[in-house]
Design a protein around this ligand. Structure first.
Ligand SMILES: Cc1cc2nc3c(=O)[nH]c(=O)nc-3n(C[C@H](O)[C@H](O)[C@H](O)COP(=O)(O)O)c2cc1C
Length: 194
């Protein structure tokens, strides 16, 4: 009887934790890159985005304001820039996909937090203001976003000191020589909040 009660508690606990994860994109409308008609320079540079990589069991995300959306190798692409010391870097290195998520203005506080704490010191996966959604390719986006873009990595490269044509930029941005890794990813999915 005692064992049965314990089993019941265990199943209830598993059931409850499964409900806290939203594993679909039902609140979003699937779109194409052609439907992205906003000012993407503002969207990335001024409104900021979250870069996420990993899977529902193990992922990390961070705020980014450096990135591009464009066209390369006959594909729609994003480029993101992640410094090697970021916890997210571990995931962008190992994962095949990453997502970039855009939020409305009231979520700026959330982005500010995700841009100042590291997943190494803060339990980002259990942060109550960001609910993970699984993308079709098994990577991570967030229910609170209004646009989700899923990307498949095509290329990565670390910036190199002797390739800078403007040393002022290099000295200003990289006094510690912690050069970003740039990832170019094919845009394989675009979703917009309904
Ligand atoms: C507005 C803003 C923009 C940022 N943009 C970038 C960026 O483009 N690339 C980067 O490596 N870090 C960027 N950061 C810093 C990371 O978001 C920050 O170091 C974060 O805490 C890393 O988290 P992690 O260690 O969990 O990956 C930005 C931070 C803020 C607040």
């Amino acid at each position: 009887m005692k064992n049965l009660a314990l089993l019941l508690i265990l199943f209830t606990a598993i059931g409850c934790s499964a409900q806290t994860t939203i594993s679909d994109l039902n609140n979003f409308e699937k779109q194409s890159w052609q439907d992205l008609n906003e000012n993407v320079i503002k969207m990335i540079g001024k409104d900021w985005m979250l870069i996420a990589a990993g899977n529902l069991e193990d992922y990390n995300m961070m705020t980014a304001s450096w990135g591009t959306l464009g066209w390369l190798w006959e594909k729609p692409v994003s480029t993101i820039y992640v410094r090697p010391q970021r916890h997210t870097h571990t995931y962008t290195e190992s994962e095949e996909y990453y997502s970039i998520c855009f939020f409305n203005d009231p979520d700026k506080e959330v982005l500010r937090l995700m841009g100042t704490v590291s997943g190494r010191d803060f339990d980002k996966m259990n942060y109550e203001k960001l609910s993970p959604i699984e993308t079709p390719n098994g990577s991570i986006a967030f229910k609170e976003a209004y646009i989700v873009i899923e990307c498949k990595k095509l290329y990565s490269m670390a910036f190199k000191e002797d390739e800078f044509t403007n040393t002022n930029t290099m000295n200003n941005i990289y006094p510690k020589k912690d050069f970003h890794t740039a990832y170019i990813g094919e845009i394989v999915g675009v979703w917009r909040k309904k």
